[in-house]
Design a protein around this ligand. Sequence first.
Ligand code: ZN
Ligand code: ZN
Length: 340
Amino acid sequence: MRAAVLRALGERLAIEEVPKPAPGPGEVLVETRACGLCGTDLHICDGLAYVPRLPHIPGHEPAGVVADVGAGVTGLHAGDRVVPHLFVTCGTCDYCRSGRDAQCTGVTGILGVLMPGALAEYFTIPAANLFALPDSIPFPIGGLIADAVLTAVHASRRARLGVGETAVVLGAGGVGQCLIQILVAAGVRVIAVDTTAEKRDSAATMGAALVLPAGAEANAQAIRDFSDGQGAQAVFECVGKGETMAQAASYLRRGGQIIVIGEEPEFPRIDTIQIAQRELEIIGSRNGSRRDLRDAIRFVAAGMIRPRIARTFPLDEINEALAFFRAGCDGRVVITIKDN
Ligand SMILES: [Zn+2]
Ligand SMILES: [Zn+2]
């Protein structure tokens, strides 16, 4: 099969012919139809954060159809449309048993991150990880559910927000755009902050009541003016830099929450006096649970979340696609592996 292969950190991916994987007991062979790109893919290629065993096939935002099933798999058949939960979990640790799948202490793989991924014509994954993708959801959108949509659904649940309260989405890219739509649907007043006018326009179209340019001096005051002079109840930090964390703290009211979604190897520039005296909460959020994934599929099927695709590329143009994504774009970049 054809696959995009990372042979050395910091190098371009190579399109190569590699052996087609065979599904082991309890596993399913999925024929990939589409796979989105994510900041984590850039981190993997650059050698930041995750360092997979090389050579590595990235790709962790796929949808496809069942091609074959391994021994003991029931309830899944060739041709079924599916989207995967990315974490191969133990199912028995305290985190698995309490529905926090992405925190599993016995995790044995993460699709496309710590095991071969979906920037390939086929991938294997345990049957227990697969969820049915409704016919109404096209494969390129279906793939985005595995990461961008799921991450947004989970992050929205990590916050304590009620109808009529104010949240800031800092960074209105793929995940941020999904968050805006979920929060608006939940009756939250959303302020979107982003560097580019294009993404601010999209955020407004998606229901953000106020859009602000990233890093502007006047933002904190504009956010207080918008929220009874107090500041936002929550900031969803989709960038993850030291500087944006400091900005997030300045947008909060007392007792406010920062939900950290963006991941960078940087330290938040927020002094502990401020955290203690204003009783701020800093909350991490990672991908999501199986329950979050079930709901993410429902929310997209219902039209509550419409993930935006900036551009699609064929697998052959993976390096061009990564460069386009790295330069910054309005929505997600998707690799189409095979047409419907
Ligand atoms: Zn990702
Ligand atoms: Zn576990």
